[in-house]
Design a protein around this ligand. Sequence first.
Ligand code: FAD
Length: 482
Amino acid sequence: MRLFWHRRDLRVADNRGLAAAADATGDDGAVVPVFVFDDDVLAHGAPPRVRFMLDALAALRDDYRDRGSDLVVARGDPAEVLPELADEFGAEAVVWNEDYSGLARERDARVRMALDAAGVARETRHDAVHHEPGTITTNQGDPYAVFTYFWKKWRDREKADPVDPPAGDDLADAVAGERLPGIADLGFEEPEADVQAAGTDAARDRLDKFCEDAIYRYDEDRDYPAREATSRLSTDLKWGTIGVREVYAATEEANAETAAMADDTVEDDDAVEAVEEFQSQLAWREFYTQVLWANPEVVTENYKEYDRPIEWRDDETAIEHLAAWKEGRTGYPIVDAGMRQLKEEAYMHNRVRMIVASFLTKDLLLDWRHGYEHFKEHLADHDTANDNGGWQWAASTGTDAQPYFRIFNPMTQGERYDPDAEYVAEYVPELASISADNVHSWHELSVGRRRQLAPEYPDPIVDHSEMRERALSMFKRARGEV
Ligand code: FAD
């Protein structure tokens, strides 16, 4: 008998640790799947993520029940709960998949010690990434700090196939599972946002839909938020409701089909490039995973050191500006549309995440940590490594960060990536009936004209050109140049 401890791998299929536990049970036992609600982890939770996690756990439990088994649910410190459960079920070992953040590694070290003390064996597998941290390195053996080099090695390295789910008789017969708690039992309110459906079936539906068509136009369309051209798999990949091998295998299948599907609108080579562009996003996820693994302190510290501290604004006006940014009332339409999408859907399109992050750090001169904390509270897909990587990139403080002097202009970004202002119209109803030209030149219109066109929508809270100059000076001071 073995316990399999689910953490961020809320699925039965393509689960390496679970498959390993099942393989090892032999004739004299079976696997008991377990999930532990850990109060230390919940302390970092937020309503959209907890909602998705509970829905994913309900789907996981149903999957086990369909296979004649069940999910055992417990609450407490895993270092105490797991040895107790091992004793209760007479399990000789506990198996789990590795997690790479600093907090997770500290917890796992405590669990290992507790199991050793209780005489229970433990085993782990790498599951959440194709190539675990520390295996793709520079020629000197150091972790990469530049994505392009990491990507080339990642792309060329062989990828494992998805692993089969355990056979029904490798799973323990229905064990008396505790009722899954409700969100209020865990101390959270229902999220305001409409969080997407959770579970392996929902993730597979998203993957299938994406691979039918959008994947072949991914490189052309991915930057246009109104086109809905991306996979929307980030929350699934964060919680592991689908395996990375399964996702990659689907992209390879799409690649194989390019010859067959080439039609008048998509050339063969373009389709192959589009699929590769998508695969490179999967590699970004693993790049940031290894950055966090090698530098756990980046959760709160700048990755890149400047000679002097960056003088982020923190006066009363800055705090008011932060509130306006959070509410989607900055008077910059594409920024406000993004912030409102976040509130409504617990999700934001990638291009718009870059725009709002640049706006916070380079137009409002506010510390990226404010933005990171807000995303952590509101994104269902919040992932420490990716969120931190994205914010530090935008703030010019991270690995591979954009240079401090490259500052997004929110109006031209809107004009370029939302030319018909469709995305803005969807999330900012006050602007839905005005022309795209007026939306994209909102900052240039007279106050009278703005009141006439959209009386409810705010004037820009800052002047982009002026703030751009201030941002450049702020970074030059931090670099010791002035
Ligand atoms: P797709 O375009 O379909 O990409 C497929 C998958 O690749 C994604 O699901 C994701 O797992 C991965 N991916 C794509 N882009 C990136 C990227 N730039 N970095 C790392 N992985 C990537 N992504 C998160 O998963 N969680 C976060 O908390 C998060 N915070 C971000 C914060 C900022 C400021 C920025 C600029 C980006 C952030 N991203 C984050 C990356 C990216 O915006 C999302 O992964 C993407 O928008 C999710 O939509 P999708 O699944 O449709 O992506």
